[in-house]
Design a protein around this ligand. Structure first.
Ligand code: ATP
Length: 308
């Protein structure tokens, strides 16, 4: 078995007495797309900075491409890492080709390879245009091209799809898929679980610096109890029904007529019975798979209850 590209064990980092990361274990293999998902402040950027060697952990061990990233010996390994920061500001008066040449020289990589890179991210036709005239999606693709200089084996992408429309996002993930098929390991951070369907091999959910879940989306669904969404339409407008109170978890009442109940599949029958046996006439009931956003919210809520 080949060694993972990233291996972190028991990694903790504190700022001003607060955990930014607490005892985090994480691995990433070649050809794998791993998504780090968490709200603002969950610790995603802190992990990426630790992997880049920009900061050191307070405790725990990190190996990136076989090296401790904070040691001087890691410089060579760092050349095999591509990084796209959360915000990257390009000089607006330079063209895409000029900017990429600038970054290639910084990295000591051949400028001649940039033509292929620009083609790979679909920017070949815009290579001679000033970046000031690029759209958000084009700038993000230029950022990715910058990260791909020197044919990295490991890509670290900090919220790469924020602000991209669904079509641009799809294009962005298609490029990542092709890179992963070539054996590149990709770690990307994101705020939303929903956009990762069919796109990440594995997802790590972080909350307040701790790992809440680690697995495929199917694993996460199981961890959350295979939740279902029960949509109930009442025959008449009602105040919040009694059975929607503490008896039922994850209930939202909308406009007094629609109830949304999100519950583990194992509780489905019990919840349905509570609704049908309740005092309010029911006009319709629909049973749906819970969305990935529901699952994400459920995992965070469960963790919050556990750590209260
Ligand atoms: P976002 O989605 O907003 O980028 P994130 O998941 O990347 O959030 P981090 O930036 O890793 O979160 O921050 C984790 C925690 O560490 C936060 O509470 C943040 O305020 C804190 N933190 C991060 N960097 C520093 C710093 N240099 N000094 C003090 N606190 C910091």
């Amino acid at each position: 078995m080949t060694a993972p590209l990233v291996q972190a064990e028991g990694v903790s980092k504190r700022y001003a007495g607060r955990d930014a990361l607490a005892s985090l274990d994480i691995t990433l293999g070649a050809g794998e797309i791993l998504a780090l998902v968490g709200h603002n402040g969950a610790g995603k950027s802190t992990l990426i900075k630790l992997l880049l060697g920009l900061i050191r952990p307070d405790s725990g061990r990190i190996a990136v491409l076989g090296h401790d990233p904070s040691r001087p010996g890691a410089a060579e390994a760092r050349r095999a890492i591509g990084f796209l920061p959360e915000t990257i500001v390009f000089h607006p008066n330079m063209t895409g080709a000029e900017l990429l040449a600038f970054y290639a020289r910084l990295k000591g990589a051949p400028v001649a390879a940039n033509r292929d890179l620009l083609a790979r991210v679909g920017l070949a036709p815009a290579a001679g245009q000033r970046v000031g005239g690029y759209s958000k999606g084009m700038r993000q693709r230029l950022g990715l091209a910058q990260a791909l200089i020197g044919r990295p084996r490991l890509l670290l992408l900090d919220e790469p799809t924020t602000g991209l429309d669904p079509e641009l996002r799809q294009g962005f993930y298609a490029i990542l898929d092709a890179l992963a098929a070539d054996g590149v390991g990709i770690l990307l951070s994101s705020h939303a679980l929903a956009e990762l369907e069919h796109r990440a091999d594995r997802v790590v959910v972080l909350r307040q610096g701790r790992k809440v879940a680690d697995g495929t989306l199917a694993d996460l669904r199981r961890m959350a109890g295979d939740p279902v969404r029960i949509l109930v339409r009442l025959a008449a407008t009602q105040p919040v029904p009694a059975y929607a109170g503490e008896a039922v978890s994850g209930v939202t009442v909308r406009a007094g007529r629609r109830l949304e109940i999100i519950c583990p599949a194992a509780e489905k029958i019990e919840r349905l019975r509570a609704v049908l046996d309740g005092p309010d006439p029911v006009a319709d009931i629909e049973l749906l798979h819970a969305s990935l956003d529901d699952i994400y919210a459920g995992l965070l809520r469960r963790d919050a209850e556990r750590t209260q």
